[in-house]
Structure formats: structure tokens, C-alpha cells
Design a protein around this ligand. Sequence first.
Ligand code: PLP
Length: 459
Amino acid sequence: MPGVSRPAGGPGLPQVRRVVSEIPGPRSRELLARQRGLVPAGVGAALPVFVEAAGGGVIVDVDGNSFIDFGSGIAVTTVGNSARAVAKRAAAQLRRFTHTCFLVNPYESYLDVCEKLNELAPIPGERRTVLVNSGAEAVENAVKIARSATGRPGVVVFDHAFHGRTLLTMSLTAKNTPYKQGFGPFAPEVHRAPMAYPYRWPTGPERCAEEAASALADLLDRQVGADNVAAVLIEPIQGEGGFVVPAPGFLGRVAEICRGRGILLIVDEVQSGIARTGRMFACEHEGVRPDLITTAKGLAGGLPLGAVTGRAELMDAVPAGGLGGTFSGNPVACEAALGVFEEIETHGLVDRAREIGDIMLAFLGGLARRCPAVGDVRGRGAMVAVELVEPAGDRLPDPGLAARVARRCHEDGLLVLTAGSYGNVLRFLPPLSITDALLEEGLSVLAEAVGKETDVAVA
Ligand SMILES: *Cc1c(COP(=O)(O)O)cnc(C)c1O
């Protein structure tokens, strides 16, 4: 807004939902027109309003609309957008130096982040961490480390998996459109097993964990040959695939299957990690102790930082020069990550994620009982989703309904994201800094949108 002073972001931003224009508003539409001449069409936006400020539980756009944030920049601003400790530490680092390259001159904050991750990661024995720039880069490096440590080439991944957009990680990703279409040929030595997806398991949720585990063992032993497999790579709660929480016991069975065959278990916690699910790492809910863990999204409050944390003897298998990169473990991003850990500790955010989950699951469970189009409600902590289906009872995915509900929420001042292999999942990832009042208001906006789009009285 020309002539109007720009609001400061952070936790001091008024925590209100306010819609003052069409969505997107006139100023955002101007900027979108500008974007079309500057940025390729392949870069899309879930809610194309241009942001002016954000903090606590809201995002304020250039037209003065204030949205309740159920997206956290895709599980990134878990501690809030420009949380105090993050902003303070990053700003102080900007005044000291912006970069030296850790491969040229190291600095201490890199070590502090690694020490924190090594201490927190539920990995057996001594641990090491390497820092990178993104989730995809973390997954790529985890695979490099696993191959180097085992001398084996193969990687086994799962249906509905998402691991990134680079050549290797899109090869590991399940969904073709939009992630893979036209981008082949893909990286070799990637094998896919069925995911223990309780809601869609053909013989029902009770048999899901055991049958999916058998299918994995069969793939390893009879199709690929366990000796050819470096690692099994799994998201402990799938992200882009639709917040699929594996059937109870499945992750433990996967860990056992790997252990018995000299295969490493890599848990991709890029979306689910760093307090998001009510534990520091989502695999802790199932008591699983992997060999390697990847993190990124929530790690540095929005500054680009990813990490691989793993058993020391595996991590040390790669010779000097084999890991790292120009920007990897940037000092400003490292300070931001230390700010994230500080925010989590001082505000008890792991417990807060659990509270948010309890509120969301109770509310959405009630919505599902009244509304047959809400086929499944699932998730852990502040990582919760609903799967929308045709009401006839045969669980046919309804991506059109998900898109309409999302659009209606956006127009009513609630940012929600869609997900899922069938595009029929609405996912909710509020920042842990959101107030109960805003969280409940956001859920009411959602229920109203579902009610209006399905002609069911839900209020
Ligand atoms: C987002 C995501 C990635 C990729 O992270 P980028 O930072 O976008 O490269 C990898 N794995 C999972 C589980 C993710 O959710």
C-alpha cells in the first residue's frame, strides 16, 4: 500500500482474521500480473496473495487482509514467523559476518546446531551431523552416506512418498504430476514398496501394518536382493502424500526388516521433524531408532538449512571433501536454527504441538461424524489432515471438493493447503505460536466452508 507505513511482523502483529478485499486483492493481482512476465509458470502458489508481514498465527497481505495461518510456509515457521529468538540471533549474525564457507573457514554456530541435533536425534550410539541447504539436499546426502557406508546401490521408498525435486529426490518421490512429468529419465536403483496407509489398505486397517511389512520383505528378498540395498527411506508421517500416518507398528517392523538384512533405515523428518508432531522427531511416537535422519523445513525458522544426522561410523565413512557445499550451514541460518531450539525450549513448544493436535483432532472428528465427505481425520500434533471423499461410502477421492473448500477458506481469511496423491487432502500445519482463539476460529471457518460446499449443516 503506497504511502502507508509497513507493519512490522513477528509476534507483535495483531492476531486477527480480517478480509478487506477480494482474494487476491487489487494490489496482489497487480503483482501477480508482474510475476507472470518475470517468473516461469512452473512456480505456482497455493494462495497467491503477496505478503507484507507475518507473525504469531497470521499472515498480512499487501491489500491489508490478515489470514489465519494453517500452513506455516509448509511446516517451516513452526516456532512462528520471525519469532523473537530467531530474528534476534539472525540479525546479530548479519552484523558479524554473512558467510565464510564452512569448507574454507569454520565457525562455532555450525557446531552448536550439530551438537543440538546429535543430542536430540533418537539414533543409537554416537552421532554426527552435516548441514546442507534444503530438504532435498539432506535426502540426497543421506543416500550418498548410506551408499558409501554399505557399498550397496539400491534405495527402497514407498507409495505416496515425497522426498524433493532434484533428480535423485524426484526419482524417490512417488507422485508423477506435477513432480516428475516430463523430467525423466530418472535416477536408477530406486525401488518402491506399498505404504501402510490404513484408510486405503485393501484388506482393512487391522491387517495393514503386517501385510505392508510382508510386502516390503518380499520386495527386498525376491525382487531386488537385500544385498543390493543400501537403505530404506521413509517419512514417519508422509507430508505431500497426504499426512498418511503409517499403521501402528509398521515403522517398527520396517526397522526390524532392515536390521536383519544389513540395510540402513533413513527416516525423512524434513516435514515432520523439529517439534511439529508433539515430539522432537515423529519417529519417536513409534519408538523407532533409525540410522540416519534428515531434517530441514522447521529447522531454521525459514532460513534455508537442512541436516543429516546419523550414526557416527556411517557418517564418517565418507572421505573428506565428499560432503558439504558452498552455502551449506550458512552462519545466519545456523543462528536462526539455534533461535528455533531456544524458542522450542523456552515456550514448551513440543507440548504446545500436542495441545494443538488435541484441539484439531477433537474438532475435526466431530466434523467427520456430521459430514460423510470427511472420510478420514489423521495426524499427530500440529500436523493434521482430513481426506475428502465422495459421500457414497466407497472412499472415492474428491479432489474437486478439496480445491473448493480450500478456495472458500482462502476467501474467508484462512490459509489451508491441499495434499495427497489424489489431491483430496486438506492439511493443517499451524505455527505453534498460534493462540487457541485463532486456532478455534480457523477451524470454524473450515467447518463452515466444508458445510457450504457439501450442503451439510455443520455449524
Ligand atoms: C519438503 C520435503 C522435502 C524437500 O525439501 P526441500 O527443502 O523443498 O528441498 C523432502 N522430504 C520431505 C518429507 C518433505 O516434506
